[in-house]
Design a protein around this ligand. Structure first.
Ligand code: ATP
Ligand code: MG
Length: 224
């Protein structure tokens, strides 16, 4: 039994309309616990679509998604939300931060939806903020931060529920080389702690640092 298994996954947006897009045509993919994977592919190839499916943010049009042996392809919205809140830390392509709120307010957002034990939460938050080197920024509004700082806030928010799986969509997209390497090191350390990590990237050099690399082309996935 794989940790994450996709079988014949298809994702069609707006099926049977003039706006129909076959974003994923037939995806078969196995990811083991503790893997550090990267997904490459040109713009529009389906990378974010795949990540949304893996993150239980969206459902496939057809095919089977098994997470820890359990078929999650046809769960209700409520059941999917439960999985997301318990297991998955998602770093969105555009960070998805609330601009007018402070760093700490943004990081606390997942707790609004999580039933996880909130004991020792202050200690945990402090550790994450320090690990990501944003402790001193915690009371700043997000719209005053640099790209790299925002990226670390988005990662901190994903980590706050202590997810087993971290999905990150272009986590170094708009960052300079040093900042990208710094973000990559954060993921490497999380992976060493045992987290399963899947990142989408355009950067081949960064992809080489992961232990499994895939490429999406025309809605199909290939091992690189
Ligand atoms: N919500 C949606 N409704 C309709 N079509 C969509 C939707 N989201 C994505 N698509 C289409 O599906 C295809 C795959 O999009 P996706 O966002 O997965 O690509 P991507 O590889 O992440 O691209 P990028 O590198 O630009 O982020 C594209 O043709 C896109 O236009
Ligand atoms: Mg994308």
């Amino acid at each position: 039994m794989g940790f994450i298994e996709l079988e014949n996954i298809k994702k069609i947006y707006n099926p049977n309309t003039t706006l129909e897009v076959q974003a994923l045509k037939n995806i078969n993919l196995k990811i083991e616990k503790g893997d550090f994977c990267s997904i490459l592919g040109v713009s529009g190839s389906g990378k974010s679509t795949l990540l949304y499916l893996l993150g239980c943010i969206d459902k496939p049009t057809s095919g089977i998604y098994k997470l820890e042996g359990k078929d999650v392809s046809n769960l209700s919205e409520k059941e999917l939300a439960k999985i997301r809140n318990e297991k998955i830390g998602f770093v969105l392509q555009d960070f998805g931060l609330i601009e007018e709120e402070t760093v700490i307010e943004n990081i606390m957002v997942p707790f609004l939806f999580s039933s996880k034990n909130k004991k020792s939460i202050r200690f945990k938050i402090e550790k994450i903020l320090k690990d990501l080197d944003i402790f001193d920024l915690q009371n700043k509004k997000v719209n005053l931060l640099s790209g790299g700082q925002r990226q670390r806030v988005a990662i901190a928010r994903a980590l706050i529920i202590e997810p087993e799986i971290i999905l990150a969509d272009e986590p170094t997209g708009s960052l300079d080389t040093d900042t990208s390497n710094n973000i990559m090191n954060i993921f490497k350390n999380l992976n060493k702690e045992g987290k399963t990590i899947i990142i989408v990237t355009h950067n081949l050099e960064l992809a080489k640092e992961t232990n499994k690399c895939y490429k999406i082309r025309d809605g199909l996935i290939y091992k690189v």
